[in-house]
Design a protein around this ligand. Structure first.
Ligand code: 13P
Ligand code: ZN
Length: 264
């Protein structure tokens, strides 16, 4: 009885909470953004027996580290503001097959998963393969960060990371691995998925040129907070520029002192 599964319900409530923030923030125009959360530990026994409610769908690559795993995934074309109010009408549980080659929707309505599923699952699969416990992939369209991705200057991982870090101490503390950058690719493609995985080798957050941002983590609220902090830094930079000056930014010494103080 998944309806009465409290661990699952708590996770879905957190996804709904975050979907609401994405809309309020103005990062989720139309169907912008998507969320996937690995809920396998919450549903394992129940979900292995469940009968699929839609046809098998082949995966574009074998997801060998996600065998029998179950994910809540937002639906393609669905609006975040409605994911927030009705998560089961705007997303579904999918189960990866035992051989990792296809998935089936098992609950609650046959809502087709996000077009970015190749990127999400490739990221989950890669993170599992290297032993990271990240359960969440959150993709959204923050206006300020996307604006920066329209300049070649900021499409360099070190340049964007150092600039954002230097706007407020919290950014250096909360995003210690900085941002990976993926040059523009067509949304929903395996090229985008593969380029994203490459960046995950050294980062938890990936910037998609002229498109948006992706965060991976253990907790969906935490993923939102990380992106929110980066967006805050971007706003400070852009606000200063709009006021007619280039912000000084914290010095290298000030940033390095944080590494020592917070054991980063
Ligand atoms: P979906 O509606 O398929 O999730 O696509 C939204 C999006 O942001 C694509 O990158
Ligand atoms: Zn997008």
């Amino acid at each position: 009885m998944l309806e009465k599964n409290e661990v699952l319900n708590t996770e879905i409530a957190k996804i709904a909470e975050v979907a609401g923030y994405l809309w309020i923030k103005g990062w989720a125009e139309y169907n912008g953004g998507n969320i996937s959360v690995n809920v396998t530990p919450a549903v394992e026994d129940e979900c292995q027996k469940m009968t699929p409610i839609a046809d098998k769908i082949s995966l574009p690559a074998v997801m060998g580290h996600l065998k029998d795993n179950v994910f809540y995934v937002t639906g393609t074309g669905k609006r975040m503001r409605y994911v927030s109010s009705s998560p089961w009408e705007n997303g579904s549980l999918i189960r990866i097959s035992h051989d990792g080659t296809y998935y089936e929707i098992i609950y609650k309505n046959p809502i087709r998963p996000t077009s970015e599923l190749p990127s999400h699952l490739s990221m989950h699969n890669y993170l599992r393969s290297i032993g990271r416990k990240n359960n969440v992939v959150l993709h959204t369209h923050p206006t300020d960060l996307i604006a920066l991705s329209h300049s070649q200057k900021w499409l360099d991982s070190d340049a964007i990371t150092n600039m954002l870090w230097s706007m407020i101490p919290e950014c250096r503390i909360i995003t210690p691995k900085g941002l990976g950058v993926v040059p523009y690719e067509i949304p929903g493609t395996m090229d985008l998925a593969n380029a994203t995985i490459e960046q995950l080798k050294n980062h938890d957050i990936v910037f998609w040129e002229k498109h948006g941002i992706l965060a991976t983590g253990i907790d969906v609220v935490d993923c939102f907070d990380v992106i929110d902090t980066l967006s805050k830094s971007a706003q400070i930079y852009l606000n200063a520029r709009m006021a007619g000056f280039t912000p000084e930014g914290m010095t290298e010494t000030q940033l390095d002192d944080l590494v020592t103080a917070f054991h980063l």
